[in-house]
Design a protein around this ligand. Sequence first.
Ligand code: DER
Length: 233
Amino acid sequence: LTQDELKKIAAYKAVEYVESGMILGLGTGSTAKHAVDRIGELLRQGKLKNIVGIPTSKQTQEQALSLGIPLSDLDNHPTVDLAIDGADEVDPHLNLIKGRGGSLLREKMVEGACKKFVCIVDESKLVKHLGGSGLAMPVEVVPFCWKFTANKLRDVLEDSGCVARLRKDCKGEAFVSDNGNYIVDLYLEKEMGDLRVASDAILRIAGVVEHGMFLDMATTVIVAGELGITIKT
Ligand code: DER
């Protein structure tokens, strides 16, 4: 099975948790895309009714609109029944790293407002420690003096051997999030110690808007692997 087929299997499994009448958080990324497609298909077939979607990015908003999924926002629906979204990394405690797609702020707002957050991944996302895969841990920062903020981030995580890089778009310019902010990607040589301590230290930096560690937020993680589906709660 290809990685995308595994993502689709996890996504379709998650959509089995969706009931008619739900307010749904719609995730962002290549895995969540399959879940949103599936929800649109079930609505079209009349197998799902009265769904309201709360998109976690402009990209997902576009996809949902094209599928005819009715949309709203957190101002109108401060409580969300169920969110379905992918992740970049999942540790054994169901803590996540998200945001490599650049949507972490709206994802964390929506997923923080939901009763259930079902995370969908293929098995390649499983790690022993967050930040351990040598891939980016994204932090959304205000554009104003972003270098100053990046240096503060490096200081706070210096024990983990942190390198901070401004995320660029395909034109080599600074990537700008849906919220008009920049993303500083942190690359750690060693895993962080206490994740909550690291999270609090990062959020205390004034120029930081939000970071990509989703601690104690996923209620269920659906993992699709070569040997089948594993559901972790
Ligand atoms: O950027 C994000 O938060 C995405 O949800 C990411 O964590 C997962 O993207 P993928 O499903 O394309 O791997």
